[in-house]
Structure formats: structure tokens, C-alpha cells
Write a protein that binds this ligand. Structure first.
Ligand SMILES: NC(=O)c1ccc[n+]([C@@H]2O[C@H](COP(=O)([O-])OP(=O)(O)OC[C@H]3O[C@@H](n4cnc5c(N)ncnc54)[C@H](OP(=O)(O)O)[C@@H]3O)[C@@H](O)[C@H]2O)c1
Length: 311
């Protein structure tokens, strides 16, 4: 069976629904089995074994995700994002299970690659590019990745970005609320990334598990190699253009019923406790090649998500 850790969070809830829909045998836990407590993790896993249900995959969606708050709460953040995944990795190795851990584009900070010499355009990050996290949250996620890889050879680390969905606070739901409340909003226009619908990421997690469990034909000629993978929706944008798309689609679908002007601003005009990456677009060739996945464009997924909200 699959052990889904953090099953009540935004991504965890999407995964619970998707595993149930696709008939996978899984069990979910959240805060009640504290990932910072190795004994609690082990007792839970052994309890399942005693029921004759061997755990053969662990998926970890739990973590400390409050990026600004982390600056004043570094110890808790590191316990959750570094020690927690490390504890799970140690257990995964002991139980010989496969382990999927979720990480972030924030492991890349200020753009540190060479722009294309022909066009001068910035290039998406590859999985093995140098990291350079800024701030407590980003550093904890990078160190968590390292802790996972050091402690179990059977790990897949999936870096994602700009996640939104139905079951948690996120940029899209915040924008919709502000657009209903205000006549004008300003959104930063100097950070580029790729919005990602949690539902699509959940599908990618499922596809990794499925490709490993059922390697078939040319689509999956060999086992999926362990290591780091990037997954976001396809394409990239700025927060401002993302907000404009939310507004336009929200109006078209009748989710927004009044005008709101969306204005661009710079990060300097929108002071925050933590500097966000100015460019954190992730290259997804590896996941495409290894599991033959079709990645939806961010605009299409946003539309689909807003239609779901409308239902
Ligand atoms: N959200 C994004 O934009 C984004 C972007 C890139 C990567 N990611 C990564 O994606 C993953 C999932 O993100 P998400 O937004 O779905 O997170 P989330 O909604 O914050 O869910 C995390 C879950 O972990 C639970 N949790 C907290 N402390 C725990 C503990 N000690 N033991 C067990 N569970 C605990 C939380 O419970 P409480 O709610 O009660 O605290 C929550 O249910 C995270 O690793 C995150 O770093 C997120």
C-alpha cells in the first residue's frame, strides 16, 4: 500500500482524491503522525505491517509552507522541512519502500545560469543545476532534498512551483477574493515562473508510481531512475500576467462580477520579508522523457480549475 503523508494539505488532498478515484490501496496521515518524530513514523509503519499491509511507497506532501512566517520561525521550519523528510527517508530505506518527496523552485534563488548566447533569454533550470536558495524556507527545502537523497537511494524528489488548488490558500484563490473586494490591485511583474495546478501535479505523482509499477512497451522501457525531477504546468509567466489571466477568465466564467483593475508593480514596490526568485522556470525534459507524460499548459489548467470552482 501507499502511505500518503500530509494528506490534509492542498496537494495531499488532491492526491487522496486521485488515489481513491483510481483505485489505489493507500493510507493517509497528517499532523497526527508527526514527521519530526521518528518513533511515531516507525510505529505507524509497523502497525500497518502487523495488519499484513506492507507499505511499498511513501509520498510526502507534509511540510512547512508559510514562506514569510518561516523567517521568524526558522527552527520549526527546519524541523519540518529538513528533519521530517530525513526521518521519512531513513524509514523508507529501512522498510525498502520507494519514496516521493515534494520540493520547490525556490531552491533556485537569484538567476544563476548563463542566458542563451543567441537570444539573451534566460534558460529554464535543469535538475542538476546549482541551487542558491534565499531565506529560511527555501534553504530548508534545499537541505531537505539533500537529507532525503543522503538517507535513501530509493527516492524521487519532485520540484514544483507556484502551486494552486481547491484545498488550500494560494495565489489564485487570494486573487479572486481581492478582485471581489477591491477596485484596483497591484501585482509584481518582475518574477517569472510556472503556475501549477495541484491536480496536475497529483496526476504526475500517480504516473511516476504507475510507470514504476507497470512498465509497459516503449512508453516505459525501463524502471524510472531515482533522483530529482521537475514538474510544473507548461509555459511561464509573471505573477502580474497570471493575475490578469485569473481576472479575464474569472470574468468570462462569471466567478467575478465586477471590474477590478490589475496593475503591474515591481518587487521593490511590494516589500516582503523574503526575496523571491526573479526567474525560477524549471526544465521538465527529464520527467517528460522518463515517464512519457503530457504536461498541460498553465493557461489551460487555470481555465479548467476555474471551471471546477464554478461548479
Ligand atoms: N504551495 C506552493 O506554492 C508550493 C510550491 C512549491 C512547492 N511546494 C511544496 O509542495 C508540498 C505540498 O505543499 P502544500 O501547499 O500542499 O502544503 P500544505 O497545504 O501546507 O500541506 C502541508 C500539510 O502538512 C501538515 N503538517 C504540518 N506539520 C506536520 C507534521 N509535523 N507532521 C505531519 N504533517 C504535518 C500540515 O498540517 P497543518 O495545515 O495543520 O499545518 C498540512 O496538512 C510542500 O512540500 C511544499 O513545500 C508548495
Amino acid at each position: 500500500m501507499i502511505w500518503l503523508i500530509g494528506n490534509k494539505g492542498m496537494l495531499g488532498t488532491e492526491l487522496s482524491l486521485l488515489f481513491a478515484e483510481r483505485g489505489l490501496d493507500f493510507v493517509g496521515t497528517d499532523r497526527e503522525i508527526d514527521i519530526t518524530d521518528p518513533a511515531a513514523l516507525e510505529a505507524f509503519a509497523n502497525g500497518k505491517d502487523a495488519e499484513g499491509k506492507r507499505i511499498y511507497w511513501i509520498v510526502n506532501c507534509a511540510g512547512y509552507t508559510a514562506v514569510n512566517k518561516a523567517e521568524e520561525d526558522a527552527e520549526t521550519c527546519r524541523r519540518l522541512n529538513v528533519d521530517g523528510p530525513g526521518n521519512i527517508a531513513v524509514l523508507a530505506y529501512k522498510l525498502r519502500t520507494r519514496f516521493i518527496h515534494i520540493s520547490t523552485d525556490y531552491v533556485f534563488g537569484t538567476y544563476n545560469k548563463q542566458a542563451s548566447s543567441e537570444t539573451g533569454e534566460k534558460q529554464p533550470y535543469l535538475e542538476d543545476d546549482d541551487t542558491g536558495p534565499i531565506g529560511v524556507y527555501a534553504t530548508s527545502k534545499r537541505d531537505g532534498e539533500v537529507r532525503v537523497m543522503e538517507n535513501t537511494p530509493g527516492a524521487y524528489v519532485i520540484r514544483t512551483a507556484w502551486l494552486y488548488g481547491k484545498y488550500g490558500n494560494n495565489f489564485v484563490t487570494t486573487m479572486l477574493r481581492l478582485m471581489r473586494e477591491r477596485d484596483t490591485i497591484s501585482v509584481v511583474n518582475d518574477q517569472r515562473g510556472s503556475p501549477t495546478w495541484a491536480h496536475d501535479l497529483a496526476d504526475a505523482v500517480f504516473k511516476i508510481i504507475d510507470a514504476v509499477e507497470h512498465p509497459i512497451g516503449l512508453a516505459s522501457p525501463r524502471n524510472v531512475p531515482f533522483g530529482i525531477y521537475h514538474y510544473t504546468n507548461d509555459g511561464d509567466t509573471t505573477w502580474f500576467d497570471f493575475a490578469r489571466a485569473i481576472y479575464q477568465k474569472g470574468r468570462e466564467l462569471g466567478l467575478l462580477t465586477k471590474d477590478c483593475e490589475v496593475k503591474p508593480c515591481s518587487s521593490a514596490e511590494y516589500p516582503s520579508k523574503v526575496m523571491r526568485p526573479d526567474y525560477s522556470v524549471l526544465d521538465k525534459s527529464r520527467i517528460r522523457n522518463e515517464i512519457n507524460i503530457l504536461i498541460p499548459k498553465w493557461e489551460e489548467s487555470l481555465e479548467q480549475f476555474l471551471k471546477e470552482l464554478k461548479k
